[in-house]
Design a protein around this ligand. Sequence first.
Ligand SMILES: [Zn+2]
Length: 163
Amino acid sequence: MNMENNPLQNIIIELREKRWTYQEIGDTLKISRQRVHQIYKNYTPVPWNKKERDGVMVALGSKCKVCKTTRNLEIHHKNGRTNNKKKNLVLLCRKHHREKETKRQAKKITKEVKYISKTRIQKKEFFEKAVWDLKTQGKTLREIGYILGKSHNWVWLIVKKKL
Ligand SMILES: [Zn+2]
């Protein structure tokens, strides 16, 4: 087994947790999708083998908690990926998993906005940076608007300025 410890591995693991696709990560890091997959495969994201994983899926009801689909299911950790207790796990389809992560990000941004209101950091700069960070993460204008609590049009005006 290849025990290579690639410096990109931690970044890739982090982005996979944010539901980025191999393609999106490859494009951002300027390496091929196959290479991203190869580096990522040296890391086991969840300490379960396929059989155990299937068992967890069954225990969680074998369908998305939101839309009840039985396709493209993923195990979502409510808090911290190392806690594999049933209480911390939810079964979601890929779409709803991504939506959950978007909401999580929105919460984080709200906290940051509260913080900058108390400090002297420029709000405008913060929002412009946030728009570009989220855009780099592959979020749509609509998703960015949702996360920042702004309209789709407001996001577009910021994006347009830099194009
Ligand atoms: Zn769903």
